[in-house]
Design a protein around this ligand. Structure first.
Ligand SMILES: Cc1ncc(COP(=O)(O)O)c(C=O)c1O
Length: 374
């Protein structure tokens, strides 16, 4: 039995009726840009995250980029980013002309190691980008404390964490994207909330930031002809908004199914000494955008599983400080040992709401077989 890494068709079957009717209305009406569906989706996503405003854009990368710009991050500023994340978390900082400062990750949660942030803060530091890696919110309490102490902005990279919840000091649950100054999401098709193309959104409670964002995404204009700042063209279109509105209704249910699937994996792998299963932190729910395990000889296991028809991927094999794109920062191998170790061992197993128990068993059996741990 082949097991794909993800099955988007199963999601499509669940929303098909809903989107077909909406497409018919859209095609008849023709409001493809800033149409009704976009406005409604923004309001619904803001409500879902528990924030006042949501500004939709054309990608998660733009959400981070324009999110940073809306907070006035610019040349000569420094921004702290975890060393192991998708490169877009850092590229967005570079796009603002600011300097990326990497910090190592925590070996259990793979989120930024909050005990190492303060050492990376300088007079030029203006913001921290905690990435809610794999679908688990970063340890925000210490991050908020450091941000307050040094007057830093918090730009949540929630691209992998739609619907994940963080528990604050008082035990209150807050959605990813509602904690920092801005929350930045991607709607890349494979995300827990994914479009049928590119898309992204920034969430915020700050009216001034919101007002800047709506200009930044639309050529910097205040009205049709008056351009107040030099902006960009970064808009979510109505077709994507229709799909996202339909999928948003299923998001919590799909996230719960992912959690159940993770428990099935965990139960079947917990007695396996050669596999490190994901650790769920007590300060966050985990919505398992990625179900990542750690194994020795990862590259060999990865190749063999692929050959046996198992859809595996690696998120991510090269930490950002060792990427050529960032060679000008002069980081070296050994600078972030945890990120380097995790990057060399991590392996993403098939994970999606509609994966069947039997499929998980096939993945586990094959993995155990390769590790000689049946
Ligand atoms: C952590 C993280 N940040 C940012 C992005 C960028 O999002 P997009 O691909 O929509 O530009 C991604 C998407 O893969 C991501 O996983």
């Amino acid at each position: 039995m082949r097991v794909p890494f993800i099955d988007l068709n199963a999601q499509y079957r669940q929303i098909r009726k809903d989107i077909d009717a909406s497409f018919n209305r859209l095609f008849a009406k023709g409001d493809f840009i800033f149409g009704d569906a976009v406005r409604k989706f923004e309001a619904e996503f803001a409500r879902y995250c528990g924030v006042k405003y949501a500004v939709s854009l054309n990608s998660g990368t733009d959400a981070l980029f324009l999110g940073l710009l809306s907070l006035n991050i610019k040349e000569k500023d420094e921004v702290i980013v975890p060393a192991l994340t998708y490169i877009a978390s850092a590229l967005a900082v570079s796009m603002c002309g600011a300097r990326v400062v990497f910090v190592d990750i925590d070996e259990e949660t793979y989120n930024i190691d909050t005990s190492k942030i303060e050492k990376a803060v300088t007079k030029k530091t203006k913001a921290i980008v905690p990435v809610h890696f794999y679908g688990q919110v970063a340890d925000m309490q210490p991050i908020i404390k450091i941000a307050k102490k040094y007057n830093l902005k918090i730009v949540e990279d929630a691209a992998q964490a739609h619907g994940a919840q963080w528990r604050n000091r008082n035990g209150k649950l807050k959605k990813a994207g509602s904690i920092g100054n801005v929350g930045c999401f991607s709607f890349y098709p494979t995300k827990n909330l994914g479009a049928f193309g590119d898309g992204g959104i920034v969430t915020t409670n700050d009216e001034a930031v919101y007002k800047r964002l709506i200009m930044l995404r639309d050529y910097g204009r205040k009205d049709r002809y008056a351009h107040i700042i030099k902006g960009y063209n970064s808009r979510l279109d109505s077709i994507q908004a229709i799909i996202l509105r339909a999928k948003l209704k299923h998001l919590d249910k799909w996230n719960k199914t992912r959690q159940k699937n993770a428990q099935i994996y965990n139960a079947q792998l917990s007695n396996c000494k050669k596999v490190i299963i994901p650790k769920a932190a007590n300060y966050s729910t985990h919505i398992y955008h990625i179900y990542g395990v750690r194994v020795k000889n990862r590259n060999i296991i990865y190749e063999k599983l692929k050959k046996q028809g198992i859809g595996v991927l690696i998120h991510y094999p090269i930490p950002l400080h060792l990427q050529k794109a960032y060679k000008e920062l002069s980081y070296r191998k050994g600078d972030f040992p945890v990120a380097e170790k995790v990057a060399s061992q991590i392996l993403s197993l098939p994970m999606y709401p509609h994966i069947k128990k039997e499929q998980i068993k096939v993945v586990v059996d094959k993995l155990k077989g390769l590790l000689n741990e049946r």
